[in-house]
Design a protein around this ligand. Structure first.
Ligand code: HEM
Length: 213
């Protein structure tokens, strides 16, 4: 649950530039996250139900299809409201943000027109969907494997300590960087951690089958 909350907050920040707040103290229930989860679960049910049956349920608006429709509607509404607010903010303050939504809003399509709100919404929702479960499943296996392999955990901790200790203290103070917040450059130096994560993905891939192949 905590890792799913973590990846949901992260991917929402990357896609929409908003903190969904799943990791706030007390781990509150976030309606957007709940609807996202429900939409994912109800979609999975389609794969387990004969096509004619789920299509009939969709037509009659009953069972999981009813819940799917409601949750998808809520997810879309939430994304639409974020897009609306961002457009208003951009009109007032200009566009500096670097989340996916803000970046695509500044781009133009092949005809030189801005992308439609529906396009922006679908891209962002697809991004959240692509990043959420994949990362949380990968992290769950990663920590499970670490628990089985304390020597590996020790080496990862050593690597982190070494890289944090190598910081020039004056530079760190000037930039206000904290001991617990790593910079992108520091993370890039963590080769052992990278290898351990890759090995966890090799042993327990988050996407074991490519349905498109
Ligand atoms: C352990 C983590 C992840 C794994 C194992 C993973 C795996 C994959 C795979 C197998 C594909 C399909 C590639 C293909 O069609 O050939 C894919 C597509 C994609 N991934 Fe990831 N991914 C991960 C994390 C993320 C994250 C964090 C994001 C975004 C922040 C992301 C965004 C996307 C997007 C946008 C696509 C394209 C989706 C589409 O074709 O509709 N992924 N990923």
């Amino acid at each position: 649950d905590v890792l799913l909350r973590l990846t949901f907050d992260n991917v929402c920040m990357v896609a929409l530039g908003v903190d969904s707040g799943c990791l706030k103290p007390g781990l509150p229930e976030i309606p957007f996250a709940k609807s996202f989860e429900e939409a994912t679960e109800m979609t999975t049910i389609r794969f387990l139900t004969p096509t004619a049956i789920w299509k009939a349920m969709r037509f009659l608006n009953i069972g999981p299809e009813r819940r799917l429709k409601q949750s998808v509607l809520h997810v879309k509404d939430y994304a639409d409201s974020v897009i609306k607010v961002r457009k208003a903010e951009t009109a007032l303050e200009g566009g500096e943000k670097s989340d996916l939504l803000s970046v695509i809003m500044r781009l133009k399509d092949e005809e030189g027109s801005p992308y439609s709100d529906k396009f922006l919404r679908d891209i962002c929702i697809n991004f959240i969907l692509a990043g959420r479960d994949t990362s949380s499943v990968a992290l769950s296996w990663f920590f499970w494997l670490l628990e089985q392999n304390p020597a590996v955990e020790e080496k990862i901790l050593d690597e982190i300590h070494r890289i944090v200790a190598a910081r020039e203290s004056s530079k760190a103070e000037k930039e206000g960087s904290s001991k617990v917040v790593l910079t992108a450059e520091e993370v890039k130096k963590m080769e052992y951690l990278h290898a351990a994560l890759s090995e966890a993905l090799r042993l327990y891939p988050s996407v074991p089958v490519d349905h498109k192949e």
